[in-house]
Design a binder for this molecule. Sequence first.
Ligand SMILES: [Zn+2]
Length: 154
Amino acid sequence: MSVDLCEGCGLRIAGGTAGCQALFDEFRAREITELAAKYASTRLTVDVYCLQHPDRYCVSAKSLAAHLTGVGWAVERGGGDWGLRMLQRWLDGGVRLEKPPLPAGHGELTIADVAGATGTDDYLAALDLWARSAWSAYSGLHEVARGWIDAAVA
Ligand SMILES: [Zn+2]
């Protein structure tokens, strides 16, 4: 197989976008079993990956809002399950959202930077850097994300 670029995150990997998705799926299984991650961090992995692959995972305003607020909650508000529950409740409450235009770039780091982690501490540190990388790629949407978070946790 040739080495291609993932269309979402730009990762250079055999199979391109499909290869990136396979790496993510494989890592998710390891994350839950081997790395013994807590809910908030496994959820953050999903949110960051989705933000980096918006053509597939952020098609609707609601899905974008879910992943963007999830990452914003972790990076700017310290994470925590209670906020994730409030965000979920807010999203499920039929709130009307407009989807803003998305950035062209989705961050310098990719799932490959997290998938190589050798233990739980290493994984948590890599996940934090990866989340910050994706969050800064979405800097044009920070204000709207903060508004959504404030509405959800108020
Ligand atoms: Zn990718």
